[in-house]
Design a protein around this ligand. Structure first.
Ligand SMILES: [Mg+2]
Length: 419
C-alpha cells in the first residue's frame, strides 16, 4: 500500500499557523513580485479567486471581502514542509517528498489493522503537531493514492483520510474522475484522449493494452496499470536528480548599476549551489543570463547569456560564486536596464574525479568550507552567511505583504503574552 499526504492549500495554511485569527477567513498568497494568486484558502476559492489570477484583477474582490493577502514567504513554507515530513516519518520509514506540499509513504511491510483509521490518524497527528491540515489517500498504487487524497478534499466527512482498495469502490471513483486530472497524464495526452472520446479515468483503464502502449508509450502504460491497482511507479523513479538547475527571477525594478547587477547574479548563483549540493551533484558548465524588459519598447533591448565551463566538476561555493561574478561583469552593458537575470547549471555530474593537478588537501579544505556554509545556512537561515559580493543577498522583489520568518529567524519568533 502507498499513501499520498497532501497539505491542503499549503502556503495559505502556513500563513495561518501563526495567525490563527485567520482560520475560517479568506487568505491568499501571491507569487514572486506579488504578481498573481498561487495559493487560496477554501474561503478565498469560494469567492471565485482562481489559481493564477493577477493581483490587480482581483483587488476589488479582496477589498470588498477583507481577504488576507500575503507575499510568498518560502523560508517559512520550506521549514513547515520539513516539519510535516518529520510527522510523516513517524508512520513509515520510507517517505518520499514529491513536492513542497506532497509526500508519498511506502506502507508495504508495515502491520496495519485498519488503513482507513491510519489515514485519518496521520492527518490528525499532522494537524496537532504542525497545525497544517493534510489530506491522506491510501491505495494499492501511487496514482490511486493521489486520487484518494483528492477525495478527502471533496468530502470533509472523510476527516482527512481516505482508504481506497475495493475494486468496486475504485471503479465508482474512477468513473467520475476526469482523465486529465490523473497524475501522469500530461496536457498532450489529455488532448489525445479527448479526441478518442476518453473522458474519465475509468474509460482509460478500459482501453486495450496494445493501444495504450502504442499511443501513450511506457509512461502512459504505467499510469494505465497503476489505475488498475498494480504499482508500477517505484520510489526511486522520483528520486533521480534534476538534469539542470536554474535560479532566475525578475527584479522588482530596472537594474542599471553594475554592482547591483553582480549582487543579484551572485545571489542567484549561491542559491543554485545550495540546490546543487542538496542533490549531491557537481556542476561542469554554467550559464549566466540577463534580459531587459521587452514591454518597454522605447528602451534598448537585450537578451544575453554566456556559458562557462569549469576546469573540473565542482560544487564549491567560492568557485561558482566568483565565476558567476566574472561572467556577470562580462555580459553587463551600462546602457541597458535589466529586468531579469539568472544562473543555470547546464551540465552536471553525480560523481567527481579530482584532476591530476589538484592537491588533495586543497580539495578537502574546499569541501569542508562549503559543508560549513551549508551547516550555517541551515541553522541560522539562508541569508545568515553571504559572500561580500552578494550584497544583502536578497532578490530585489516586490513583497509588500510578506509575513515574518516565524520559524527560521530568531528576530521573527512570535511572542506570546500569558496573563
Ligand atoms: Mg496541496
Amino acid at each position: 500500500m502507498y499513501a499520498l499526504a497532501d497539505c491542503n492549500n499549503f502556503f495559505a495554511s502556513c500563513e495561518r499557523v501563526f495567525r490563527p485569527e485567520l482560520n475560517g477567513k479568506p487568505v491568499i498568497v501571491l507569487s514572486n513580485n506579488d504578481g498573481c494568486a498561487i495559493a487560496r484558502s477554501n474561503e478565498a476559492k469560494a469567492l471565485g479567486i482562481k489559481m493564477g489570477d493577477p493581483y490587480f484583477k482581483i483587488k476589488p474582490i479582496i477589498e470588498a471581502n477583507h481577504v488576507a493577502v500575503f507575499s510568498s514567504n518560502f523560508p517559512l513554507y520550506g521549514d513547515m514542509s520539513r516539519r510535516v515530513q518529520e510527522v510523516l516519518r513517524m508512520f513509515s520509514p520510507a517517505v518520499e517528498p514529491y513536492s513542497i506540499d506532497e509526500s508519498f509513504l511506502d506502507l508495504s511491510g508495515l502491520e496495519v489493522a485498519d488503513f482507513q483509521a491510519l489515514a485519518q490518524e496521520i492527518s490528525r497527528t499532522c494537524l496537532r503537531y504542525t497545525a497544517i491540515p493534510l489530506s491522506v489517500g491510501i491505495a494499492p498504487s501511487k496514482t490511486l493514492a493521489k486520487i484518494a487524497s483528492k477525495l478527502c478534499k471533496q468530502y470533509p466527512r472523510l476527516e482527512g483520510g481516505c482508504y481506497m482498495y475495493r475494486p468496486q469502490d475504485i471503479e465508482k471513483v474512477l468513473r467520475r474522475f476526469p482523465v486529465q486530472d490523473v497524475w501522469g497524464i500530461g496536457r498532450r495526452s489529455a488532448r489525445r484522449l479527448a479526441d478518442m472520446g476518453i473522458r474519465t479515468a475509468w474509460d482509460y483503464t478500459q482501453l486495450p493494452e496494445t493501444t495504450v502502449r502504442k499511443v501513450f508509450n511506457l509512461p502512459g502504460f504505467r499510469t494505465w496499470k497503476e489505475l488498475q491497482g498494480t504499482p508500477c511507479i517505484q520510489f526511486e523513479d522520483m528520486l533521480e536528480p534534476k538534469q539542470s538547475i536554474c535560479v532566475s527571477r525578475s527584479f522588482s525594478h530596472d537594474v542599471r548599476a553594475l554592482d547591483e547587477f553582480v549582487e543579484q547574479i551572485t545571489t542567484f548563483a549561491g542559491k543554485a549551489v545550495e540546490k546543487l549540493r542538496a542533490q549531491g551533484s557537481f556542476a561542469l558548465e554554467m550559464a549566466v543570463f540577463a534580459m531587459t524588459n521587452r514591454f518597454k519598447e522605447n528602451l534598448p533591448q537585450s537578451n544575453e547569456g554566456r556559458y562557462v565551463m569549469f576546469p573540473e566538476a565542482t560544487q564549491d561555493y567560492r568557485t561558482i560564486v566568483t565565476t558567476a561574478a566574472e561572467t556577470a561583469r562580462i555580459i553587463f552593458h551600462p546602457e541597458l536596464a535589466y529586468k531579469k537575470g539568472g544562473v543555470v547549471f547546464t551540465k552536471m555530474e553525480q560523481t567527481h574525479t579530482p584532476s591530476l593537478f589538484d592537491k588533495p588537501e586543497d580539495a578537502e579544505r574546499e569541501a569542508r568550507l562549503s559543508a560549513s556554509i551549508d551547516h550555517i545556512k541551515k541553522s541560522f537561515g539562508e541569508e545568515s552567511l553571504l559572500f561580500g559580493i552578494q550584497g544583502d543577498g536578497k532578490f530585489h522583489m516586490a513583497q509588500d505583504f510578506k509575513s515574518p520568518h516565524y520559524t527560521t529567524r530568531w528576530s521573527d519568533l512570535p511572542s506570546v503574552s500569558v496573563k
